[in-house]
Write a protein that binds this ligand. Structure first.
Ligand SMILES: Cc1ncc(C[n+]2csc(CCOP(=O)(O)OP(=O)(O)O)c2C)c(N)n1
Ligand code: SF4
Length: 329
């Protein structure tokens, strides 16, 4: 950025960051995997918001989607299966000055991590949770997940899965203290970006379910929605998505929806043949756990040091108190 006399007015640590500045290690997802588009949208968001990499953290569980933190040039925590959310909540409590994102697959979030998911919604901590929903366990090579459609033939359901799929939108919208729920698809980048940006700007637990293509294991599953734009329902509102004329021309199936209307949001979430895309629910007034706990401030360094010293003292061997005997509190 340059001032009136063309002099640079940015200090070195404030230099404008480009998309490349947010790119981490080379990506190893399959070609055509929807995770690639999600990564690009997130890197664009980081660039547009100029998020400081040293103040931004991506937390994940285990799965293909969970490789996300490796591909970001920020802080990251590739955690354990199903535990991305509690790890992220811990980061949030200890470091309220950081922007915390969570990347979780449908197995990671809706199966092994389901209990954490429900309580994360209820705690409403300021996190941006991105559910990469490819309807299958990708990393472990095609097992049915809770969001697999009924009848899906997989390595764990060779005769077809017997249960109806769990709907992550209705589940989230049903939990006490829910404050932000949106749905995107990986193949409409303009809306994917807009939705992720609105989720990031929301103060509270923002839950974005992204319908994600897995060409490796479910190459045909989303074809009907890719081929026929009328099977996508765009949710528009002055407080929701704003569509470019080009997009509005292609996706004519639109519906005005006020994101404050939770009853209508729940009804839209149950859509069967169409995929609703947009902000289903947003309520900025839901209290956040950090606020209620009064934990909005980072702990001063002296307090952290005193705590560590006290903990180490418990295991210190005190030579003047009986030689090599360990003094354990
Ligand atoms: C405790 C535990 N159980 C099971 C596994 C094996 N495992 C690794 S990833 C995964 C499922 C991944 O599916 P999903 O979360 O949908 O992510 P995707 O790979 O599709 O992105 C499983 C079952 C594990 N790593 N740890
Ligand atoms: S297996 Fe599926 S989800 Fe995993 S990287 Fe390949 S296409 Fe993506």
């Amino acid at each position: 950025m340059f001032g009136l006399n063309n002099e640079c007015v940015l200090t070195p640590d404030q230099e404008y960051k480009t998309m490349e500045d947010y790119q981490g290690r080379p990506v190893r997802w399959c070609p055509g995997c929807g995770d690639n588009g999600i990564l690009t949208a997130v890197q664009r968001l980081c660039r547009d918001e100029q998020l400081p990499p040293e103040k931004t953290v991506f937390v994940s569980g285990i799965g293909c989607a969970a490789r996300f933190p490796h591909y970001m040039n920020t802080y990251g925590f590739h955690g354990i299966h199903g535990r991305a959310l509690p790890i992220a909540e811990g980061v949030r409590m200890a470091r309220p000055d950081l922007d915390v994102f969570v990347n979780t697959g449908d197995g990671d979030c809706c199966s092994i991590g389901a209990a954490h998911w429900i309580h994360a919604i209820r705690y409403n901590m300021n996190l941006t949770a991105i559910l990469h929903d490819n309807h299958v366990y990708g990393l472990t090579k095609k097992q049915a997940s809770p969001t697999s459609p009924r009848g899906l033939k997989s390595n764990t359901t060779p005769r077809g899965s017997t249960l109806e799929a769990l709907n992550p939108l209705t589940v989230t919208l049903g939990v006490t203290n829910v404050s932000f729920v949106a749905q995107a698809v990986d193949w409409i980048p303009e809306l994917l970006y807009d939705i992720l940006r609105q989720a990031y700007l929301h103060r509270g637990f923002s839950f974005v379910r992204i319908i994600q293509r897995c060409p490796e294991f479910l190459p045909k599953m989303l074809e009907p929605w890719l081929q026929d734009p009328s099977k996508t329902l765009l949710l528009t509102h002055e407080d929701g998505l704003s569509l470019s004329p080009d997009l509005a021309r292609i996706y004519k199936n639109q519906r005005e929806h006020d994101p404050l209307d939770i009853d209508r949001a729940r009804e839209i979430a149950t859509s069967v043949d169409v995929i609703p895309v947009g902000i289903l629910y947003r309520n900025p007034d839901v209290p956040r756990y950090e606020e209620l706990r009064g934990a909005g401030q980072a702990r001063p360094a002296e307090r952290i040091r005193a705590g560590l010293e006290a903990e180490l003292d418990r295991f210190t061997v005190w030579p003047d108190e009986g030689g090599d005997e360990q003094r354990v509190a």
